[in-house]
Design a protein around this ligand. Structure first.
Ligand code: AP5
Length: 219
């Protein structure tokens, strides 16, 4: 299956995409993870996107689409992907469609996770991440087994630098403005599915899984 996960910062796109990869074997590709890895490596791409990512602004569409067109290899597209954090704008959505069209593998669905604002803020302020393997935790709802340590690789967990309260508010504002035309784009294409993203992660997974089964995306 080929789906994109949409939703504001903190909607749970990354957590859900990881679970979809683990349970269904579809490849999870996250633009946020790609950019953070490149920043950590001090690569040319990392230097170009650094100021956008740390301040919560969107990386320009042309650059994002070029990066993703290069990263999404044909075999991955054929086997199935779940995209997290991309596309973010209607321009990026059109860019993704062009990439998939070249491969004659259209998008199955754009799944929008709808979550109340108070829950988003609570999730983002309590998020902890592993700087080594990228695993995601929450101080109350998704605790690691050993406090402050990653379950997968035992590295010390950190707070993402864009999870500072002022930057969170800015990201939520920017997302609101960009997502209206993005959702309109997918609604027009007839592939937009709204899912309740509040509640435990396994319940959200079950809702999305049901949509995948109902539409025959799992092959
Ligand atoms: P990105 O990393 O994509 O950040 P985001 O979209 O702001 O989304 P988040 O990662 O904050 O949230 P999420 O929805 O993945 O939630 P998560 O699963 O972590 O992008 C970062 C930056 O990169 C952008 O600001 C921009 O600068 C740049 N960028 C990236 N893509 C771009 C693009 N396409 N175009 C332009 N610029 C781009 O969950 C959040 C917390 O809640 C976690 O602690 C988790 O444990 C917890 N949680 C999740 N689900 C549940 C649940 N069901 N119940 C309880 N807790 C939960």
């Amino acid at each position: 299956m080929r789906i994109v996960l949409l939703g504001p910062p903190g909607a749970g796109k990354g957590s859900l995409a990881s679970l979809l990869q683990k349970q269904l074997g579809v490849r999870h590709v996250s633009t946020g993870d790609i950019f953070r890895q490149e920043i950590a490596r001090h690569s040319a791409l990392g230097r170009r996107v650094h100021r956008y990512v740390t301040s919560g602004r969107l990386v320009p569409d042309r650059l994002v689409v070029a990066v993703m067109a290069a990263r999404l290899n044909p075999a991955q597209i054929d086997r199935g992907i779940v995209l997290d954090g991309f596309p973010r704008t209607a321009g990026q959505a059109a860019g993704l469609d062009r990439v998939l069209k070249r491969r004659r593998r259209p998008l199955d669905g754009a799944v929008y996770l709808s979550v109340p604002m108070t829950v988003l803020v609570r999730r983002l302020t309590g998020r902890r991440v592993c700087p080594r393997c990228g695993a995601n935790y929450h101080v109350r709802t998704m605790k690691p087994q050993r406090p402050g340590r990653c379950d997968r690789c035992a590295a010390r967990l950190i707070i993402r630098n864009d999870d500072e309260p002022r930057t969170i508010r800015k990201r939520l504002r920017i997302d609101q403005a960009a997502s209206r035309p993005l959702l309109a784009y997918y609604r027009r294409r007839g592939v937009l599915y709204r899912i309740k993203g509040a509640g435990p992660l396994d319940a959200v997974f079950e809702r999305v899984h049901r949509v995948c089964r109902r539409h025959g995306w799992l092959g």
